[in-house]
Design a protein around this ligand. Structure first.
Ligand SMILES: C[S@@+](CC[C@H](N)C(=O)[O-])C[C@H]1O[C@@H](n2cnc3c(N)ncnc32)[C@H](O)[C@@H]1O
Ligand code: SF4
Length: 419
């Protein structure tokens, strides 16, 4: 498998050069005047740790939280000061985790600090654990400026909740809190391809979501990271493909709008996506930042994150300097996640025509029915979305799993080479 991963990478990036991350002493990460810049803040605290979840997280502990928030504000200040008093325009701000609402009372303070330096035009989103969806928390978050929420339901069904190591939640109080406090987007996350999951169980879950306050859903295919403790059987690839086709067809007949590979909006009016942005700045441990020519990742270790900032240094651990083609592949992968790639946007970003760079690949993808042309866009078909998923899964395990594994064990690794 390693051979095929490398061969495919070499073909698409048109270079033998692997993705080579080097230790960030951290000097300049020059984001000033970047267009379409998104912001992300990582909050790594959870009440308990779920065995299937790969994200950077640790058990909530008030003293550590206090130090973390202070460090986060310092990181924002140090980054913001690079603007020399000019405010930078940004698209959206997303809080992810972990369970950021465990710090609901601090979210307003963090947003205000970011607003000293950034103008946020497209709203503020936050991930919520179902237990944190209370009227009090929702009110606090709305007051702080949050406009979109995403709730990690995973499933409404007892057997699946038990399988995922979650106590069956009290969904009635969650629904009643949602009925009292409104947000522009209320998204709910579900896990796709759990054992014996069928069209009936999956659609029952999303209908429950859409009838009880959600206007958007995400169904994430289960990814079996090597360092998590999955305790159930994985669904076979052929079954996954059939379930995906049935599910997409179901959503289509109900009029739900697919706005990315794994998300659907009830009416097409709501969106929740922190993934498909051209450039972004990340704050907090494990947060990544992406610019036109580089990608940077902060340390995963909470205490090292705090210590670095207390000593006046950035908490960046590794930086990747992209080649032009590596950046194109990265851009295409994440833009395709939104189900369409716009030719003019590609030209604006790279000053090169998409067809000049990837003419043969586009022809092949059209021939196999993975994409179709629609005016200025290449649109991913349902068939294409399955293969996108296949490659995403494969590369997540080959690249992200490997990177996170190293970052979980070493606060500041010397380097990281991904072939
Ligand atoms: C950072 S997590 C969870 C946010 C929140 N703390 C919660 O527990 O609901 C964001 C989403 O990633 C998804 N997720 C977590 N682990 C996953 C895995 N191994 N494979 C696929 N999706 C996963 C879940 O749907 C989850 O809601
Ligand atoms: S799924 Fe949510 S609550 Fe569970 S460990 Fe991951 S971030 Fe924490």
């Amino acid at each position: 498998m390693g051979f095929f991963t490398s061969a495919f990478r070499i073909w698409l990036t048109r270079t033998w050069k692997p993705f080579e991350f080097t230790k960030s002493a951290d000097t300049a990460f020059l984001y000033q005047n970047t267009e379409k810049l998104g912001l992300y803040v990582h909050i790594p605290f959870c009440r308990t740790l779920c065995n299937f979840c790969p994200y950077c997280k640790t058990v909530f502990e008030q003293e550590s939280v206090n130090q973390y928030v202070e460090a986060l504000l310092r990181e924002i200040d140090m980054t913001g000061r690079m603007l020399n008093g000019e405010k930078q325009s940004c698209t959206s701000l997303y809080f992810g985790g972990g369970s950021p609402a465990l710090l609901a009372g601090d979210i307003g303070k963090i947003i205000d600090r970011l607003r000293r330096f950034f103008i946020i035009s497209d709203g503020i989103g936050i991930e919520l654990h179902p237990n944190d969806v209370t009227e009090k928390n929702l009110f606090t978050l709305k007051q702080a400026g949050v406009t979109k929420i995403s709730i990690g339901i995973q499933s409404f069904q007892k057997p699946y909740l038990e399988m995922l190591g979650r106590k069956p939640d009290d969904f009635h109080s969650l629904f009643s809190a949602l009925a009292k406090i409104s947000f522009e987007t209320v998204s709910m996350d579900f896990i796709f391809a759990l054992p014996n999951q069928s069209l009936e169980t999956l659609t029952a879950d999303i209908e429950t979501a859409f009838s009880n306050g959600a206007n958007h859903i995400a169904v994430y295919p289960f990814i079996d990271f090597t360092f998590t403790g999955r305790k159930f059987m994985k669904m076979r690839e052929r079954e996954k493909k059939r379930l995906l086709y049935q599910f997409v067809n179901y959503c289509h007949t109900k009029g739900y709008v697919r706005d990315s590979i794994w998300t659907f909006s009830k009416t097409g009016m709501s969106q929740y996506s922190s993934m498909t942005r051209e450039n972004f700045l990340g704050f907090g441990c494990s947060a990544t930042s992406l610019l036109k020519d580089r990608f940077r990742i902060n340390t995963f270790d909470v205490q090292s994150y705090i210590d670095r900032l207390n000593s006046g240094q950035f908490p960046a651990a590794l930086t990747l300097q992209f080649t032009h083609r590596q950046r194109m592949v990265y851009y295409l992968f994440w833009t395709a996640y939104s189900m369409r790639v716009n030719r003019s946007d590609f030209y604006r970003f790279f000053s090169e025509h998409l067809e000049t760079c990837y003419g043969w690949e586009l022809l092949l993808a059209r021939f196999f029915g993975f994409i179709r042309k629609e005016k200025d866009d290449y649109v991913i078909t349902t068939r294409g979305s399955y293969y996108y998923h296949y490659f995403e899964h494969f590369y997540t395990l080959a690249y992200i799993d490997r990177m996170w594994n190293i970052m979980r064990n070493e606060a500041f690794p010397e380097n990281l080479i991904i072939r």
